[in-house]
Design a protein. Structure first.
Length: 317
């Protein structure tokens, strides 16, 4: 199922569950996909940075896409296809679209520095994958060290009709959203879906600035869905009150390095995946960090009972 410039809602960034020996836990992947669908996510994104895509073999990547397509019941699936070279990007993009993906996400290589280099790269990427495949720009300077100005984003979008979405992960980035929506008002930018990442850290105000929703992987996607829906309904205080209750845990989960294992630990506690393990090289969660997460969950649970997880859950069965 393809998606377009009118995409809204929450696209959960899926982690890749691993067993302790480093092999993919496909049973947990099935449960995770079911969970995202049952939670009300609009779609999912797989093989992203938080999916540990660079650690996967090509056959594993394709296997995960097949499982996700089979489980999502026709909801759109976006697949990260970023690669050091265009040959690998082209191959993966064509394969996943043939399998039923809705589109692909392309992050810039970290060596791009000038505006011309950035726009030139995306022109070459589109030439490689084909102008018929919808794609998402991943704007994530905190990790990728590539800075997209609003004007550069506008040029990429206007030069490439198959660019349908911006995954906005700049920080601070609220003014960027306002500027892009301003371009649309003055007619210099065509319609563009803007979904925001960074674990949802600024989702409350990103929605007010004109974002269409979220594309991120916080361990409570239901919270992201609620904030998006409350914001769209004009219930500002309710959206902020609920968001504020989760913010300490969102912040804790956004730590560089250890953040992914924190997210996996909470998903494990929720009984969705069997292990918080990352494929090596990767961080592990310490006993002290687990205790801090337990404390944060208890505080969230004062407002949102979904965080009242109690003893360690199990994903077995």
């Amino acid at each position: 199922m393809t998606f377009g410039t009118n995409a809204k809602g929450v696209y959960a960034i899926a982690t890749t569950p691993f067993l302790e020996d480093g092999s993919i836990d496909f049973n947990s992947m099935d449960k995770l996909t079911d969970f995202y669908q049952e939670s009300g996510c609009t779609g999912i994104t797989i093989l992203g940075i938080m999916g540990e895509a660079p650690k996967l073999e090509p056959e594993e990547s394709i296997g995960l896409v097949k499982r996700a397509v089979a489980k999502m019941g026709g909801k759109p699936i976006i697949v990260g296809v970023s690669a050091p070279g265009f040959a690998a990007m082209r191959s993966l993009a064509r394969q996943v679209m043939d399998l039923g993906a809705g589109g692909v996400m392309i992050a810039p290589p970290t060596n791009l520095r000038t505006d011309d280099q950035i726009t030139g790269y995306y022109a070459q990427a589109v030439e490689a994958i084909g102008a018929d495949i919808p794609f998402v720009i991943q704007d994530y300077p905190l990790t990728l060290s590539v800075v997209f100005t609003p004007a550069v984003i506008r040029k990429i979008v206007m030069d490439n009709p198959n660019c349908v979405m911006l995954k906005h992960e700049d920080w601070p980035g609220l003014e960027k959203i306002t500027t892009l929506r301003g371009f649309q008002k003055d007619g210099s930018l065509r319609p563009l879906s803007i979904l925001c990442g960074n674990g949802g850290t600024f989702l409350d105000f990103e929605m007010e600035r004109g974002a269409d929703g979220a594309m991120t992987g916080y361990a409570f996607p239901e919270l992201l869905i609620d904030v998006v829906n409350l914001s769209k309904a004009g219930k500002r205080d309710a959206a902020h009150d609920l968001f504020d209750a989760h913010l300490p845990l969102i912040r804790y989960e956004q730590q560089p390095g250890v953040g992914l294992t924190v997210r996996k630990y909470v998903l494990q506690k929720r009984g969705i995946i069997a292990s918080s393990a990352q494929r090596k090289p990767g961080a592990t969660i310490t006993a002290t960090a687990k205790a801090e997460v337990e404390y944060l969950l208890s505080r969230v649970a004062r407002v949102d009972k979904r965080a009242n997880l109690g003893p360690q859950s199990s994903a077995a069965g």
